[in-house]
Design a protein around this ligand. Sequence first.
Ligand SMILES: Cc1cc2nc3c(=O)[nH]c(=O)nc-3n(C[C@H](O)[C@H](O)[C@H](O)COP(=O)(O)OP(=O)(O)OC[C@H]3O[C@@H](n4cnc5c(N)ncnc54)[C@H](O)[C@@H]3O)c2cc1C
Length: 465
Amino acid sequence: MFERSKITQACEQFALRLQRTIGDSRVIDDPDILEQYATDKSHCEGVFPHLAVRARNEQEIAAVLRLASEYGVPVVPRGAGTGKSGGAIPFYGGVVLDTTRLKSIVEIDKENLLAVVQPGVITGEFQAQMESEGLFYPPDPNSLESCTLGGNVAHNAGGPRAFKYGVTREYVLGVRAALMGGELISPGKRTVKGVAGYDVTALMVGSEGTLGVFTEITLKLVRTPTELSTLLIPMPSEEAAGMAIAKIVAGGLVPRVLEFMDGVVVDVLRQKGIAGVSKSTHALILAEIDGNSEMHVEREVLQLAELCENSGAEEIFVAKHGGDREKLWAARRVMSDALAETAKHKVSEDIVVPRSEAPRLLAGLKKISKHYGVSVPSYGHAGDGNYHVNVLWDDDGFEPSAVVRDIFELTLSLRGTITGEHGVGLSKKPYLPLEQSANLIGVQQAIKRALDPSGLLNPGKIFTE
Ligand SMILES: Cc1cc2nc3c(=O)[nH]c(=O)nc-3n(C[C@H](O)[C@H](O)[C@H](O)COP(=O)(O)OP(=O)(O)OC[C@H]3O[C@@H](n4cnc5c(N)ncnc54)[C@H](O)[C@@H]3O)c2cc1C
């Protein structure tokens, strides 16, 4: 849709005007820095941007969008670049608009349980700050030490605690966003209720940097639970683990974390000497129960343990305090890197199926693995039916797209979705039409055109042209 040579030409005038507007030093054209903006944590290949701006305030963001619109330059919003679907990588070049310098917590309103933040605040730092105030911001993507709240909202990030507390969307009360052209809008509210007009906030959440650039976000908070217990449960088989998880959910227990790791993952963890992974372990469950009553949490821990024992668990590790809890999390924390070390190549998808379909999903993945002769281990947020399915292979000539397509087709046949957390971005856009009808994609493209008629904001993402 955009020719690189035309963007190069447009960028010359654009850069001059931008330098005059926000200052020479604010417009980056150093190739070493631009190179960093051509990748994220996905396997997608992007192109170098022509320019980058590390915005310091809302005025600079609006100026970039206004001038880029005038000169026809694509703009790629970017947070910390931890995205796994290529959302923050330029597809056509243009200017990367880095919002990580906007990192203030603008307001903490304890009485109304909300905070107003800038988009570059690191998620983990925000959580720590809230906890020091006796408040709790539950969404916990595993990248929380490095990712930004702006990136989380743009991808509607989830995490292990989503089973009980929900994903980022549930905590976004409002945003302030700059549109392509530089106009500012502030959809949302500071109240619990509020139904005036269309829910534009909801539209902005998960829009992957294609509808607007967040300059401020209003987040809902909850009170910090006082009691917390972590359980690591080695299981004798994947089926036994599946049965235990089904019983936990059906039994009405709502642990804040309910994670599953399959047999292949367990083998890798065993080789690494991770605690709790004995010879007879062929799947793992990691669970956390929290609440405000010690008696209540202890009762639920016992119930959960009993359900797992009835499904075949012989040993259950329980911890209540920081260091001990971290030891039980070790398996989950090292797993992704440990898997990557077992093969030359790895792609990882984040599919979701209705919880009741998990056994059929796991059986189907085994068939796919056998059919293609590649390892397809999976782990994930079993409580949500959200599985990280990996394809691992050594042969440099092997092309994994057929395996990935089969995984998505299996997922959709079980009435699931191709992405639960990471977004469509570049990596999944060829597969979106497998899940969504042409009419539904058309509605989304019409919304995109209404907000960004020239298609300059994060072009090449989500939809194939
Ligand atoms: C080790 C690891 C673990 C991960 N675990 C999880 C997990 O558990 N759950 C999960 O959901 N994800 C996870 N991720 C993926 C990733 O961390 C999340 O998608 C995260 O929300 C991206 O934040 P970011 O600041 O890095 O954004 P980026 O990668 O920089 O950008 C992501 C998207 O947001 C847009 N964007 C960024 N800032 C803005 C802004 N200010 N305004 C508008 N759009 C913007 C970009 O255009 C892009 O489309 C993981 C990634 C890694 C590497």
